[in-house]
Design a protein around this ligand. Structure first.
Ligand code: ADP
Ligand code: MG
Length: 353
Protein backbone atom coordinates (compact mmCIF):
# COMPACT_ATOMS: atom_id res chain seq x y z
CA UNK A 1 0.00 0.00 0.00
CA UNK A 2 1.29 3.43 -0.88
CA UNK A 3 0.46 6.66 0.90
CA UNK A 4 1.41 10.24 0.11
CA UNK A 5 1.75 12.97 2.74
CA UNK A 6 2.47 16.57 1.75
CA UNK A 7 4.97 19.05 3.10
CA UNK A 8 3.66 22.49 3.96
CA UNK A 9 4.37 26.17 3.57
CA UNK A 10 3.36 28.27 6.51
CA UNK A 11 1.92 31.52 5.16
CA UNK A 12 1.98 33.27 8.52
CA UNK A 13 2.05 32.44 12.24
CA UNK A 14 5.65 31.47 13.03
CA UNK A 15 6.43 29.70 16.33
CA UNK A 16 2.88 30.37 17.48
CA UNK A 17 1.76 26.72 17.43
CA UNK A 18 3.59 25.61 20.57
CA UNK A 19 2.21 28.74 22.24
CA UNK A 20 -1.30 27.43 21.47
CA UNK A 21 -1.94 30.34 19.11
CA UNK A 22 -2.92 30.60 15.45
CA UNK A 23 -1.15 29.48 12.27
CA UNK A 24 -2.05 29.64 8.58
CA UNK A 25 -0.24 26.95 6.57
CA UNK A 26 -1.03 25.36 3.23
CA UNK A 27 -0.28 21.73 2.46
CA UNK A 28 1.74 21.75 -0.78
CA UNK A 29 2.09 19.59 -3.86
CA UNK A 30 5.52 18.33 -2.74
CA UNK A 31 5.51 15.42 -0.32
CA UNK A 32 6.68 12.00 0.76
CA UNK A 33 5.46 8.71 -0.66
CA UNK A 34 5.65 5.65 1.59
CA UNK A 35 5.04 2.08 0.40
CA UNK A 36 4.66 -0.88 2.75
CA UNK A 37 5.21 -4.50 1.67
CA UNK A 38 4.90 -7.58 3.90
CA UNK A 39 8.10 -9.37 4.99
CA UNK A 40 8.64 -13.01 5.97
CA UNK A 41 10.98 -12.36 8.88
CA UNK A 42 9.80 -10.49 12.00
CA UNK A 43 11.46 -7.19 11.32
CA UNK A 44 10.95 -3.65 10.12
CA UNK A 45 13.05 -2.71 7.13
CA UNK A 46 13.16 0.91 6.00
CA UNK A 47 14.55 2.10 2.70
CA UNK A 48 15.04 5.82 2.01
CA UNK A 49 15.36 6.26 -1.73
CA UNK A 50 16.65 9.80 -1.15
CA UNK A 51 19.39 8.65 1.19
CA UNK A 52 20.21 5.45 -0.72
CA UNK A 53 20.07 3.66 2.61
CA UNK A 54 18.33 0.54 3.92
CA UNK A 55 18.15 -0.17 7.66
CA UNK A 56 16.39 -2.88 9.64
CA UNK A 57 15.39 -3.73 13.21
CA UNK A 58 13.82 -6.74 14.92
CA UNK A 59 10.22 -5.92 15.73
CA UNK A 60 10.71 -7.23 19.26
CA UNK A 61 13.51 -4.70 19.81
CA UNK A 62 11.49 -1.62 18.83
CA UNK A 63 10.19 -0.69 22.31
CA UNK A 64 13.73 -0.54 23.73
CA UNK A 65 15.44 1.31 20.90
CA UNK A 66 17.11 4.62 21.60
CA UNK A 67 17.24 7.38 18.99
CA UNK A 68 20.27 7.25 16.71
CA UNK A 69 20.17 10.94 15.80
CA UNK A 70 19.62 10.42 12.08
CA UNK A 71 16.71 10.20 9.62
CA UNK A 72 15.56 6.80 10.89
CA UNK A 73 14.37 8.44 14.14
CA UNK A 74 11.39 9.96 12.34
CA UNK A 75 10.23 6.56 11.08
CA UNK A 76 11.07 4.59 14.23
CA UNK A 77 9.52 7.29 16.41
CA UNK A 78 6.24 6.61 14.61
CA UNK A 79 6.66 2.81 14.33
CA UNK A 80 7.15 2.47 18.10
CA UNK A 81 3.73 4.02 18.69
CA UNK A 82 1.88 1.51 16.50
CA UNK A 83 0.60 -1.54 18.37
CA UNK A 84 0.93 -4.94 16.68
CA UNK A 85 3.15 -3.74 13.84
CA UNK A 86 3.45 -6.49 11.21
CA UNK A 87 6.77 -7.45 9.56
CA UNK A 88 7.14 -4.76 6.90
CA UNK A 89 9.47 -3.34 4.31
CA UNK A 90 8.81 0.40 4.11
CA UNK A 91 10.13 2.42 1.17
CA UNK A 92 10.05 6.21 1.44
CA UNK A 93 10.76 8.74 -1.26
CA UNK A 94 10.27 12.48 -0.94
CA UNK A 95 10.51 15.54 -3.14
CA UNK A 96 10.31 17.98 -0.22
CA UNK A 97 13.72 19.62 0.23
CA UNK A 98 15.00 18.51 3.65
CA UNK A 99 15.80 20.94 6.42
CA UNK A 100 14.39 23.87 4.45
CA UNK A 101 11.34 24.77 6.50
CA UNK A 102 8.85 23.01 4.23
CA UNK A 103 8.43 20.15 6.70
CA UNK A 104 9.93 17.14 5.00
CA UNK A 105 9.91 15.66 8.51
CA UNK A 106 6.12 15.75 8.95
CA UNK A 107 5.67 14.42 5.40
CA UNK A 108 7.94 11.49 6.32
CA UNK A 109 6.21 10.84 9.65
CA UNK A 110 2.66 11.03 8.35
CA UNK A 111 3.23 8.95 5.20
CA UNK A 112 5.15 6.34 7.23
CA UNK A 113 2.47 6.14 9.92
CA UNK A 114 -0.24 5.57 7.31
CA UNK A 115 1.76 3.00 5.34
CA UNK A 116 2.63 1.13 8.55
CA UNK A 117 -1.09 0.77 9.22
CA UNK A 118 -1.83 3.44 11.83
CA UNK A 119 -5.54 3.37 12.62
CA UNK A 120 -5.59 7.07 13.54
CA UNK A 121 -6.87 9.73 11.17
CA UNK A 122 -7.28 13.50 11.32
CA UNK A 123 -6.04 15.22 14.46
CA UNK A 124 -5.28 11.88 16.16
CA UNK A 125 -2.86 10.99 13.36
CA UNK A 126 -1.26 14.42 13.60
CA UNK A 127 -0.91 13.98 17.37
CA UNK A 128 0.73 10.57 16.98
CA UNK A 129 3.30 11.95 14.53
CA UNK A 130 3.98 15.02 16.66
CA UNK A 131 4.55 12.72 19.62
CA UNK A 132 7.13 10.79 17.60
CA UNK A 133 8.97 14.04 16.82
CA UNK A 134 8.72 15.34 20.41
CA UNK A 135 9.61 12.12 22.19
CA UNK A 136 11.90 10.20 19.84
CA UNK A 137 13.45 12.77 17.49
CA UNK A 138 13.64 15.20 20.41
CA UNK A 139 12.28 18.35 18.73
CA UNK A 140 9.75 20.16 20.97
CA UNK A 141 7.63 21.16 17.95
CA UNK A 142 3.98 22.19 18.00
CA UNK A 143 1.16 20.54 16.08
CA UNK A 144 1.25 22.66 12.89
CA UNK A 145 3.44 20.61 10.56
CA UNK A 146 1.80 17.26 11.16
CA UNK A 147 -1.72 18.72 11.21
CA UNK A 148 -1.21 20.62 7.95
CA UNK A 149 0.13 17.47 6.30
CA UNK A 150 -2.85 15.44 7.50
CA UNK A 151 -5.62 17.99 6.93
CA UNK A 152 -4.58 19.97 3.82
CA UNK A 153 -7.36 21.35 1.63
CA UNK A 154 -7.00 21.88 -2.09
CA UNK A 155 -7.11 25.55 -3.02
CA UNK A 156 -7.29 26.92 0.54
CA UNK A 157 -5.06 27.88 3.44
CA UNK A 158 -5.77 26.33 6.84
CA UNK A 159 -6.48 28.64 9.74
CA UNK A 160 -5.62 26.43 12.70
CA UNK A 161 -6.40 27.32 16.28
CA UNK A 162 -3.65 25.36 18.02
CA UNK A 163 -5.55 25.33 21.31
CA UNK A 164 -9.02 24.17 20.22
CA UNK A 165 -7.47 22.39 17.17
CA UNK A 166 -10.30 23.71 15.08
CA UNK A 167 -9.43 24.21 11.39
CA UNK A 168 -11.06 26.70 9.05
CA UNK A 169 -10.23 26.72 5.32
CA UNK A 170 -9.42 30.27 4.18
CA UNK A 171 -9.66 31.16 0.49
CA UNK A 172 -6.67 32.89 -1.06
CA UNK A 173 -7.16 35.85 -3.40
CA UNK A 174 -7.21 34.93 -7.08
CA UNK A 175 -4.35 36.27 -9.18
CA UNK A 176 -1.67 35.63 -6.56
CA UNK A 177 0.90 32.84 -6.80
CA UNK A 178 2.84 31.44 -3.86
CA UNK A 179 6.57 30.91 -4.39
CA UNK A 180 8.93 29.41 -1.84
CA UNK A 181 12.53 30.53 -2.33
CA UNK A 182 15.12 28.23 -0.75
CA UNK A 183 18.16 30.06 0.62
CA UNK A 184 19.97 26.68 0.51
CA UNK A 185 21.49 27.47 3.90
CA UNK A 186 20.67 26.05 7.32
CA UNK A 187 22.66 27.48 10.20
CA UNK A 188 23.58 24.97 12.88
CA UNK A 189 22.21 27.20 15.60
CA UNK A 190 18.69 26.21 14.49
CA UNK A 191 18.08 23.08 16.56
CA UNK A 192 19.17 24.46 19.94
CA UNK A 193 17.67 27.89 19.26
CA UNK A 194 14.27 26.25 18.68
CA UNK A 195 14.33 24.70 22.14
CA UNK A 196 15.56 28.03 23.56
CA UNK A 197 12.56 29.83 22.07
CA UNK A 198 10.14 27.24 23.50
CA UNK A 199 11.74 27.73 26.92
CA UNK A 200 11.73 31.54 26.66
CA UNK A 201 8.03 31.56 25.77
CA UNK A 202 7.23 29.27 28.70
CA UNK A 203 9.17 31.60 30.97
CA UNK A 204 7.21 34.60 29.66
CA UNK A 205 3.88 32.83 30.21
CA UNK A 206 4.91 31.77 33.71
CA UNK A 207 5.94 35.33 34.63
CA UNK A 208 2.50 36.51 33.56
CA UNK A 209 0.76 33.75 35.50
CA UNK A 210 -0.58 32.20 32.29
CA UNK A 211 -0.43 28.61 31.06
CA UNK A 212 0.54 29.78 27.56
CA UNK A 213 1.16 33.04 25.69
CA UNK A 214 -2.11 32.48 23.84
CA UNK A 215 -3.94 34.56 26.42
CA UNK A 216 -1.31 37.29 26.86
CA UNK A 217 -2.19 40.84 25.81
CA UNK A 218 0.20 43.36 24.25
CA UNK A 219 0.02 45.46 27.43
CA UNK A 220 0.92 42.47 29.62
CA UNK A 221 3.88 41.66 27.41
CA UNK A 222 5.27 45.18 27.73
CA UNK A 223 5.19 44.78 31.51
CA UNK A 224 7.71 41.92 31.43
CA UNK A 225 10.98 42.90 33.13
CA UNK A 226 13.50 40.92 31.10
CA UNK A 227 13.99 42.69 27.73
CA UNK A 228 14.82 39.46 25.86
CA UNK A 229 11.78 37.60 27.22
CA UNK A 230 9.66 40.68 26.47
CA UNK A 231 10.75 40.70 22.81
CA UNK A 232 10.05 36.98 22.42
CA UNK A 233 6.56 37.33 23.88
CA UNK A 234 5.91 40.45 21.81
CA UNK A 235 6.52 38.47 18.63
CA UNK A 236 4.10 35.73 19.66
CA UNK A 237 1.27 38.04 20.71
CA UNK A 238 1.60 40.26 17.63
CA UNK A 239 2.03 37.28 15.29
CA UNK A 240 -1.19 35.68 16.53
CA UNK A 241 -3.08 38.85 15.66
CA UNK A 242 -1.37 38.99 12.26
CA UNK A 243 -2.59 35.48 11.46
CA UNK A 244 -6.19 36.49 12.16
CA UNK A 245 -5.75 39.74 10.20
CA UNK A 246 -4.16 37.86 7.28
CA UNK A 247 -7.05 35.38 7.14
CA UNK A 248 -9.53 38.25 7.09
CA UNK A 249 -7.59 40.19 4.42
CA UNK A 250 -7.19 37.05 2.35
CA UNK A 251 -10.90 36.28 2.34
CA UNK A 252 -11.56 39.95 1.47
CA UNK A 253 -8.97 39.93 -1.35
CA UNK A 254 -7.08 42.86 0.24
CA UNK A 255 -3.65 42.26 -1.28
CA UNK A 256 -1.99 45.37 0.08
CA UNK A 257 -2.82 44.35 3.62
CA UNK A 258 -1.48 40.86 2.98
CA UNK A 259 1.84 42.32 1.85
CA UNK A 260 2.03 44.62 4.88
CA UNK A 261 1.33 41.73 7.27
CA UNK A 262 4.10 39.65 5.64
CA UNK A 263 6.53 42.56 6.05
CA UNK A 264 5.59 43.09 9.71
CA UNK A 265 5.87 39.37 10.42
CA UNK A 266 9.35 39.25 8.93
CA UNK A 267 10.60 42.24 10.93
CA UNK A 268 9.17 40.70 14.09
CA UNK A 269 10.99 37.40 13.41
CA UNK A 270 14.19 39.28 12.59
CA UNK A 271 14.25 41.76 15.46
CA UNK A 272 12.11 40.41 18.30
CA UNK A 273 12.21 36.63 17.90
CA UNK A 274 15.70 36.67 16.32
CA UNK A 275 15.28 33.61 14.13
CA UNK A 276 16.30 35.04 10.76
CA UNK A 277 19.78 35.23 9.22
CA UNK A 278 21.55 37.47 6.65
CA UNK A 279 20.79 35.21 3.67
CA UNK A 280 17.05 35.16 4.45
CA UNK A 281 16.89 38.90 5.18
CA UNK A 282 18.56 39.50 1.83
CA UNK A 283 16.05 37.25 0.01
CA UNK A 284 13.16 39.18 1.57
CA UNK A 285 14.68 42.50 0.50
CA UNK A 286 15.46 41.19 -3.00
CA UNK A 287 11.87 39.97 -3.31
CA UNK A 288 10.65 43.48 -2.51
CA UNK A 289 12.54 44.81 -5.55
CA UNK A 290 11.46 41.99 -7.91
CA UNK A 291 8.70 42.29 -10.56
CA UNK A 292 5.25 41.23 -9.33
CA UNK A 293 6.25 41.25 -5.65
CA UNK A 294 3.25 41.30 -3.32
CA UNK A 295 4.82 40.15 -0.03
CA UNK A 296 7.78 38.19 1.37
CA UNK A 297 8.78 36.73 4.72
CA UNK A 298 10.77 33.87 6.16
CA UNK A 299 8.75 30.69 6.64
CA UNK A 300 9.44 27.75 8.95
CA UNK A 301 11.55 27.36 12.07
CA UNK A 302 14.25 29.81 11.01
CA UNK A 303 18.05 30.30 10.69
CA UNK A 304 17.87 29.57 6.97
CA UNK A 305 15.47 27.53 4.88
CA UNK A 306 12.88 29.28 2.74
CA UNK A 307 11.07 32.54 2.26
CA UNK A 308 7.43 32.50 1.22
CA UNK A 309 6.48 35.01 -1.45
CA UNK A 310 3.20 36.31 -2.81
CA UNK A 311 3.62 37.14 -6.49
CA UNK A 312 1.15 38.62 -8.94
CA UNK A 313 0.08 35.97 -11.44
CA UNK A 314 1.95 36.33 -14.71
CA UNK A 315 5.10 37.66 -13.03
CA UNK A 316 6.34 34.36 -11.57
CA UNK A 317 9.20 33.85 -14.00
CA UNK A 318 10.40 37.44 -13.90
CA UNK A 319 10.20 37.41 -10.09
CA UNK A 320 12.16 34.18 -9.87
CA UNK A 321 14.85 35.37 -12.30
CA UNK A 322 15.29 38.64 -10.45
CA UNK A 323 15.62 37.08 -6.98
CA UNK A 324 17.92 34.30 -8.23
CA UNK A 325 20.24 36.77 -9.89
CA UNK A 326 20.40 39.06 -6.88
CA UNK A 327 21.11 36.15 -4.51
CA UNK A 328 23.78 34.74 -6.74
CA UNK A 329 25.47 38.11 -7.10
CA UNK A 330 25.45 38.65 -3.33
CA UNK A 331 26.18 35.18 -1.91
CA UNK A 332 27.34 33.13 -4.90
CA UNK A 333 24.57 30.61 -4.17
CA UNK A 334 21.97 29.30 -6.63
CA UNK A 335 18.64 29.24 -4.83
CA UNK A 336 15.86 26.79 -5.66
CA UNK A 337 12.39 28.22 -6.22
CA UNK A 338 9.19 26.20 -5.85
CA UNK A 339 5.84 27.38 -7.08
CA UNK A 340 3.47 25.78 -4.59
CA UNK A 341 -0.28 25.31 -4.64
CA UNK A 342 -2.58 24.67 -1.67
CA UNK A 343 -3.13 20.93 -1.84
CA UNK A 344 -5.06 18.10 -0.23
CA UNK A 345 -3.74 16.34 2.87
CA UNK A 346 -2.29 12.84 3.28
CA UNK A 347 -3.96 10.08 1.30
CA UNK A 348 -3.60 6.59 -0.14
CA UNK A 349 -2.37 6.81 -3.71
CA UNK A 350 -2.53 3.20 -4.89
CA UNK A 351 -5.72 1.17 -5.35
CA UNK A 352 -7.41 0.25 -2.08
CA UNK A 353 -7.43 -3.52 -1.60
P1 ADP B 1 12.14 20.12 7.58
O1 ADP B 1 11.05 19.37 8.28
O2 ADP B 1 11.92 21.59 7.56
O3 ADP B 1 12.46 19.60 6.23
P2 ADP B 1 13.67 18.92 9.71
O4 ADP B 1 15.04 19.14 10.22
O5 ADP B 1 12.54 19.02 10.66
O6 ADP B 1 13.46 19.93 8.48
O7 ADP B 1 13.58 17.49 9.03
C1 ADP B 1 14.51 17.12 8.06
C2 ADP B 1 14.98 15.71 8.31
O8 ADP B 1 13.93 14.77 8.01
C3 ADP B 1 16.12 15.27 7.41
O9 ADP B 1 17.36 15.73 7.90
C4 ADP B 1 15.99 13.77 7.47
O10 ADP B 1 16.56 13.26 8.65
C5 ADP B 1 14.50 13.56 7.56
N1 ADP B 1 13.90 13.23 6.24
C6 ADP B 1 12.94 13.89 5.58
N2 ADP B 1 12.60 13.25 4.43
C7 ADP B 1 13.38 12.17 4.34
C8 ADP B 1 13.54 11.09 3.40
N3 ADP B 1 12.80 11.03 2.28
N4 ADP B 1 14.44 10.12 3.67
C9 ADP B 1 15.19 10.17 4.80
N5 ADP B 1 15.10 11.13 5.70
C10 ADP B 1 14.21 12.13 5.50
MG1 MG C 1 10.58 19.50 10.35
Amino acid sequence: MTFFAPGRVNLIGEHTDYNLGFVLPIAIDLGCRATAEPLDSPRLEVHSVNRHEVRHWDLAALPDLVPSGDWTDYVLGVARLLPGLAPTRLTVESNVPTGSGLSSSAALEVSSALALGAAERGIDLARLCRRAENEFVGVPCGIMDQYASVAGVEGAALLIDCRSLEIRPVPLPSGLSILAVNSMVKHELGASAYSDRVRECNEAALSLGLSSLRDATAAQVESLDDPLIRRRARHIVAENQRVLDFAEASAAGDRQRLGRLFAESHLSMRDDYEISCPEIDFLVEAAGRAPGAAGSRMTGGGFGGCTVNLVQAGFEEAFEASVRQAYRDRFGIRCDVYRVRPSAGARQIDKKT
